[in-house]
Each structure stands twice: as structure tokens, then as C-alpha cells.
Design a protein around this ligand. Structure first.
Ligand code: MAN
Length: 349
């Protein structure tokens, strides 16, 4: 069964033109991949805002944060043979990679889950320090007791790792530093402890031997992680043949922990699949999608900043319904819903 998701008919819900850039030198290129949470009776999105410097004719300009946290601009001549600009997300010049955009995270709130406004009196979250100098991306929000755990991608010339910040009120944040060192991303912490321990899904990359696989790890305190186990690998000829990574925190069902994840092919086509993990020992995989539960088929998912992408890292669960927020073409924030039971049926449950 394919595409069992129901897209909201107001999609895309939020697009780059809907928000103001963080300063006058920047333009918002993409709004994507929100972390999702409930707070004070509202639905909150922690949206990734990817900004680019204003482009000049014949040049390709990329933003960088200097040591003082200010944006600097590097210009490359578009005709320079040392420049490889074939991927909209990252360029390479003379063997060195640069991001075309820098991302920060912005808080939006909604009463109905469809119309979102920027939270007044709430600050955006920016990259801070040496390990976030190219920005912060794709935050998962997990709530355990009264604390929200924000796991996000830290990007810097040192590599791509997973950062953790926590908050109780979305105004005061505690920085816990890097919890998974490079290269690692797509980290979601389970929303309850299992046998007294925190669990997290994450995605290290091992290019020579191994690949871009989903791993699970446990921790006594959410900061120090161990007992790493690889639970889901790429599969030749399937929608997740090149890379895969966890979405938001897994959903507890009576059949197991249900995780919606993204899988991409060699051609960078990003689809969503599901995986079911054992309730007592979530390193045991009970079932996994053979076919995607959602594919990029809407026009706004096929064409955009980086086309053919549906990517999720946030949802709200309401009875049997999963209201899933997702990035379409790395450019817009969209909403689709799933029946949990229908997903479980595709997994033979
Ligand atoms: C990577 C990340 C995501 C992005 C996808 C698709 O997984 O950079 O943020 O949405 O690629 O481009």
C-alpha cells in the first residue's frame, strides 16, 4: 500500500515569504523540518529557517559566521572550474564544502494546528560557539515529565553532530553540548524512560564500511550515551537504498514503538517509511515498511529548493491520528495525517 497519508488541503502551510529574515542582509530560502510540541494548549513548531545572503550577478555567495558570531559572505565566480554547485544544499570549492544557507530555529504557535504565527516574546534559537558556526538544523522535540528535550543538528567546519538543549518554558534554555559527535544527525529521544534509562535513535555515518543507518543508544542521564546498536540499514532497490534517519520521537502503541523515518535513494528522492520496535527492548525491530507510507507526489513536494523530498521530524498524536508536520522540497512546511492503525496494518500488525 502506498501513500496512506492525507495531505492537508491548505498545504503548504508556511512558506519562506511568510516570515521576516533574521537581518537585512539575508533572505529566507527555505522553511522546513519543524520540531513539534504542545505547550499551554497550543501547538508549537520549532521551524528550521534556512537563510542565504542576497545573490549578486555572476557570483555565488555563501554565508559564514565569523568568530564573533557575525555573518560574513564568501563570493565564488560561477564560471570558476573549481566550483561544484550541483547540489542546492552544499557547494564545493577546491575540495572544501560550504553550506549555501545557514539555519536557525524559530518558534511558531497555533490554536488550530494550521495557522501559525511567530510567538511574541519568544526568541529564535541560533547557532552558538565553535560547533554551531554553520547553524543549527532539524530539531526534534521530546517531552519527558515537565522538560522538553531539543535534539538538533549542529553544523560547523568541525563536522555535523547532535546538540541537546532543554527547556521547560521555551524562554530559558539549558545548553547541554554535543551528545553525539560527528558525523551524526537525526536524533530523537524516546518520550519515556525504559527500564530506568533514556533511549535515543540517531544516525551516524560511516562512509568506508557501513553507511547511513539508524542506531539506538541508551543513557542514564540523557547526556552520556552508550550500548550503541545498529537497528536499520539501507536496502538495495528500495526507497531507503542510500540513507535513512529517524523522524520524531517514537510513538508508544500496544504493538510496540512506532517510528516514522525518512529514507532516500541514490537520486536523493526522500520518502517516509515506518518501523516498529519492541516495547521492552527497542533495539529489537518487529517490522519495517517494504514500501513507503508517503512519497513526494504533490507538486510542492516535487519542485522547490531541493525537489522530491518529504522529510519529517515532528508530529502530534491525537487518538488514532498522527498529525505529521513535514518539510516539502526543503522549502515549505506542510501537514499530513495518518491513521496509526493503518500504518500498523502495513507492517502486518
Ligand atoms: C538531509 C538534511 C535534511 C534535508 C534532507 C533533504 O537529510 O539536510 O535537513 O531535509 O537532507 O534535502
Amino acid at each position: 500500500m502506498k501513500n496512506i497519508s492525507k495531505r492537508n488541503n491548505q498545504n503548504p502551510l508556511i512558506s519562506p515569504k511568510d516570515l521576516e529574515p533574521s537581518n537585512e542582509n539575508m533572505i529566507i530560502e527555505c522553511l522546513l523540518n519543524p520540531g513539534v510540541f504542545e505547550f499551554n494548549g497550543k501547538i508549537g513548531l520549532l521551524v528550521r529557517v534556512a537563510e542565504r545572503t542576497v545573490q549578486k550577478e555572476g557570483l555565488l555567495s555563501v554565508p559564514l559566521y565569523n568568530d564573533f558570531g557575525n555573518v560574513e559572505i564568501l563570493d565564488f565566480n560561477l564560471n570558476d572550474p573549481k566550483l561544484d554547485a550541483s547540489d542546492a544544499r552544499v557547494i564545493s570549492y577546491d575540495g572544501i564544502d560550504y553550506l549555501t544557507t545557514i539555519s536557525h530555529l524559530r518558534l511558531l504557535f497555533s490554536e488550530d494546528g494550521i495557522t501559525f504565527k511567530e510567538g511574541k516574546n519568544y526568541l529564535s534559537l541560533f547557532g552558538e560557539g565553535d560547533y554551531e558556526s554553520y547553524g543549527i538544523e532539524d530539531c526534534r522535540v521530546s517531552k519527558i515529565e515537565d522538560t522538553y528535550y531539543l535534539t538538533y543538528t549542529m553544523v560547523s567546519p568541525n563536522g555535523v553532530g547532535v546538540g541537546l538543549r532543554t527547556t521547560k518554558d521555551w524562554k530559558n534554555f539549558e545548553k547541554k553540548g554535543m551528545i553525539f559527535s560527528p558525523h551524526n544527525k537525526d536524533c530523537a529521544i524516546f518520550e519515556e524512560k525504559i527500564n530506568g534509562k533514556y533511549f535515543a535513535l540517531h544516525r551516524p555515518s560511516s562512509p568506508e564500511l557501513g553507511g547511513n543507518y539508524i542506531w539506538i543508544s541508551e543513557s542514564p542521564d540523557s547526556i552520556h550515551w552508550g550500548n550503541h546498536k545498529c537497528i536499520a540499514k539501507t536496502r538495495d532497490g528500495k526507497f531507503d537504498s542510500k540513507r535513512l534517519g529517524a523522524g520524531a520521537a517514537p510513538i508508544k502503541t500496544d504493538k510496540g514503538w512506532l517510528e516514522i523515518y525518512h529514507g532516500a535513494t541514490e537520486a536523493n528522492r526522500y520518502c517516509l517509511g515506518a518501523i516498529l520496535l519492541d516495547l521492552e527492548d527497542p533495539s529489537i525491530v518487529i517490522a519495517r515498511s517494504e514500501l513507503p507510507i508517503m512519497e513526494p507526489i504533490a507538486s510542492y513536494e516535487q519542485t522547490g529548493f531541493f525537489g522530491n523530498v518529504v522529510f519529517t521530524n515532528g508530529h502530534i498524536v491525537d487518538g488514532d491520528t498522527i498529525k505529521m508536520y513535514y518539510g516539502a522540497s526543503d522549502e515549505h512546511v506542510c501537514l499530513a495525517s495518518f491513521s496509526m492503525n493503518q500504518i500498523l496494518k502495513t507492517l502486518g500488525q
